[in-house]
Design a protein around this ligand. Sequence first.
Ligand SMILES: Cc1cc2nc3c(=O)[nH]c(=O)nc-3n(C[C@H](O)[C@H](O)[C@H](O)COP(=O)(O)OP(=O)(O)OC[C@H]3O[C@@H](n4cnc5c(N)ncnc54)[C@H](O)[C@@H]3O)c2cc1C
Length: 475
Amino acid sequence: MHKGFQHAEGTFGVVPATRTAPAARPRATAPVNASRITRPVQQRLVLAVIYAGGLAVLGLWWKDTTAVHNLGDILTNAGRISGLLAAYGFVVLVGLMARLPPLERGVGADRLARWHAMGGRYVITLVTGHVLFITWGYAVTAHQSVTKQAATFLTSYPDMLSATVAFLLLLLIAAISARAARRMLPYEAWYYAHLLTYASIALAFSHQLSTGASFVDNQAARVFWTLMYAVVAGLILWYRFVTPLRMFARHRFTVVGVHEETPGVVSVYIGGRDIDKMRVEPGQFFRWRFLSRELFWGSHPYSLSALPRPDMVRITVKARGHHSGSMAHLRPGTKVIAEGPYGAFTPSLSGRRVLMIAGGVGITPIRAMFAGLPRRMSEGVVLIYRASHPREIVFRRELDQIAADRNATLHYIIGSRARLGYDPLAPEEISAMVPGLHRYEAYVCGPNGMSEAAIESLLALGVKRRHIHHETFDF
Ligand SMILES: Cc1cc2nc3c(=O)[nH]c(=O)nc-3n(C[C@H](O)[C@H](O)[C@H](O)COP(=O)(O)OP(=O)(O)OC[C@H]3O[C@@H](n4cnc5c(N)ncnc54)[C@H](O)[C@@H]3O)c2cc1C
């Protein structure tokens, strides 16, 4: 346990008045931030491992490549390289989403999701290149048309039919994932269609070993490649399926009560056993699957909005769509499967002062951090809470109490920019509220537009990017 964080809260400020919440037990000990290396270093390390794997794949291609003489050879080799890199890319993409705790903590779920989305575009391009170049290259070498060569592949080469189905499936997934199409689909529909990628990867696997020039006569490469796929499949099974069920068996998460904080925003109190044994840091989130008939199918991320107690946690949710909008109707006793804790948006305890900027429901992780910062930091803690209307301020009483307890500075900035007549997050406004900004570590969470404006101002004021931490609620 890290000594830096304050002990967890005995109550969360407002315990649901209408439903019974378990009595406060002895307080949980502090959440942990055990990481010694800073997150940018961890991120670079992960990228270095990914690039090193890419180089090893190129080495595999090089080893089995004889002299390149003509156009057919050039095209075929372009197809081989792109195919090998794409096959490796799939392993990386799936690995990034395997919910591996070191990645989730060290890199952060939002960054992993961004890498996954960006990598996905490269991999689709590589697969398409592979299909085109290989077919064209073989056609040139065999002195026949590309269509005839494609037919030869389908009829005479092992596992090519399943590989073709895999490619078509991938194109479909790519079309569904395109931004315009994604905007039109409910998140859940997009998500489950996206899972077809696993089927596509499985269908394409065997043709790599049975027709890939790097594998046909290389038993060691075949074993290594199969192991690489098997390990990632094992990680997915373990962390995405087995771990949440084990957590459920161990902690028995159950909805205890729901409390309306402000119109459209509710806090859900979730009871459980031995929550203090989990390594939860303030600012982190879980993926929650509520086992009610209508919510069973979706697992959604929500941050803890208070430090956990040994017997209860709290999330606070703004109604935005189907899932978040249903939170207000959750019944006490509903069982919950929780996956986590995830996220790298946690106080780094670097010894620097702390500036937190929250907007709207982005206050949730920041509320937990505000309560969890070590007391010795009292004087160097500033929270700026931005909302367009007084009714959007969540946790006002709790925040005032925490600020008073620890002698921290709390600024509420309420009203639209038009109404205020100025931009309250412009550099000159922030520096007036927080003198000596260069001594601060900044944490920003709120609507994307607000967060971007705040980050730009901080950068303009000379705060280094590595001292600015940002959580987005949109993956
Ligand atoms: C790390 C993180 C922490 C969050 N913490 C909170 C919080 O404390 N309080 C709060 O009110 N909201 C939080 N959110 C946002 C919350 O997850 C979404 O508002 C909610 O999932 C929307 O689902 P919906 O069905 O209500 O709306 P939809 O209309 O289906 O979705 C609206 C948008 O929410 C995002 N979203 C939806 N489902 C998921 C999902 N399963 N995984 C990732 N993104 C999804 C997508 O960008 C989508 O476009 C958090 C999001 C993230 C990524």
